[in-house]
Design a protein around this ligand. Structure first.
Ligand code: LMR
Length: 395
């Protein structure tokens, strides 16, 4: 039965973790996957999470099934976080939120839902985009195209190219936009550029699908969520996937959500009913623990405050690593300008390293994505010198 099955390629990101795990060098460094490590090289277990878990354990509850759309308290808290508690789309009951299996799960149920109701539309993702975007939308049956985004010459956004691409998309096209902390480039749009993107999406009758996996890692929770609110303010139908993997350091709990804004509350009710069918036929209903933890933190003022502080701590440490990397590279690789690393936002730096150079780093047990994306959030005061030395050597 399986004799003709070919070996699939390793996943471009998680495959690196597999190779890293198999490496016996004790000095190995994983700059591949988007995971935040603290300065001791450990994935943090946030204090707000520990306190929420302790609170939940005071009254242990049976692990019954959650509703198909997830824990109501979680969906409400996420909706308020994503759109703002006073958002008209919430007050008018035009927004609906479904708990999802991480950000990837949110994208997948959104993709399956869209394929059912917009079967003739194509999907457009940025060039480049998160490695899984194309595969995910293709697996839902879509044809996926790129729109211009990154300009390697300026290390910034090719905004004219992006705008021209948006204007050329057929009406009804689904356009996937990174709400903040563009993955993999770390190059975000300015407020003024977002205004122009929103106008083009609206004028072209496009379907915006905002992916927000790194809220809080660029400038702050509200600042990073602002673009979602601006899209929502237009009255357009839209989709937003979000994830708490990074912002709560809850990677393995798979806590994310898909929110959809409909034109009327009645339409929102119908959309929700269809989304529930998508969830039911994929995995029935989401798991309990992570959703409860996040809902508890978001709804408990002192825990929420603690979360914001802890998230700010991660954001600041990443910035410090960016600066340290730039300064150290100035000394070790004087002919090369890495100032752009300081300007990029979020967990990643699109370093400009070639696939061959990344391969050479791997020979030294330093793992990065083949595209040259490195996870700055995995640098720390102990490993940064080795990383900088190795980069300087391969340049
Ligand atoms: C990443 O881009 O490394 C993360 O989003 C993890 C993943 O699932 O790919």
């Amino acid at each position: 039965l399986f004799s003709a099955i070919e070996m699939a390629p390793r996943d471009p990101i998680l495959g690196i973790t597999e190779a890293f795990n198999a490496d016996t060098n004790t000095a190995k460094i994983n700059l591949g996957v988007g995971v935040y490590y603290d300065d001791k090289g450990k994935v943090p277990l946030l204090e707000c999470v520990q306190k929420a878990e302790a609170k939940l354990m005071e009254q242990p509850t049976p692990r019954t099934y959650l509703p198909i759309e997830g824990l109501a308290a979680y969906d409400k808290a996420v909706q308020e976080l994503v759109f703002g508690a006073d958002s008209p789309v919430i007050q008018e009951k035009r927004a609906l939120t479904v708990q999802a299996i991480g950000g990837t799960g949110a994208l997948k149920i959104g993709a399956d839902f869209l394929k059912r109701f917009l079967p003739g539309s194509d999907v457009y993702i940025s060039d480049p985009s998160w490695e899984n975007h194309r595969a995910l939308f293709e697996s839902a049956g879509f044809t996926v195209h790129n729109y211009a985004y990154y300009d390697a010459a300026t290390r910034g956004v090719n905004f004219d190219g992006m705008l021209a691409a948006l204007k050329a998309m057929p009406a009804g096209s689904i356009v996937v936009l990174h709400a903040c902390c563009h993955n993999p480039t770390g190059a975000d749009l300015t407020q003024d550029q977002w205004d122009q993107v929103i106008a083009a999406v609206q004028a072209g009758n496009l379907v915006p699908f905002l992916d927000m996996a790194y809220q809080g890692f660029a400038n702050g929770i509200d600042e990073d969520g602002a673009v979602v609110r601006r899209f929502a303010a237009t009255g357009m139908a839209m989709l937003v996937s979000n994830s708490f993997s990074k912002s709560f350091s809850l990677y393995g709990e798979r806590v994310g959500a898909l929110s959809i804004v409909a034109t009327t509350s009645e339409e929102a009710t119908r959309v929700l009913s269809q989304l529930k069918r998508v969830v039911r036929t994929n995995y029935s209903n989401p798991p309990t623990h992570g959703g409860k933890v996040v809902a508890t933190v978001l709804a408990t003022p002192e825990l929420r405050k603690l979360w914001e502080e802890e998230l700010a701590g991660m954001r600041v440490r990443i910035r410090e690593m960016r600066s340290a990397m730039v300064e150290k590279l100035k000394a070790k690789a004087p002919g090369h300008d890495f100032e752009f690393v300081r300007e990029q936002v979020g967990m990643f730096s699109y370093s400009g390293l070639t696939k061959e150079q990344v391969g050479k780093l791997r020979d030294e047990s330093i793992y990065a994505v083949d595209t040259g994306r490195i996870c700055v959030a995995a640098l720390n005061s102990t490993n940064i010198d080795r990383v900088v030395d190795a980069i300087a050597k391969v340049l």
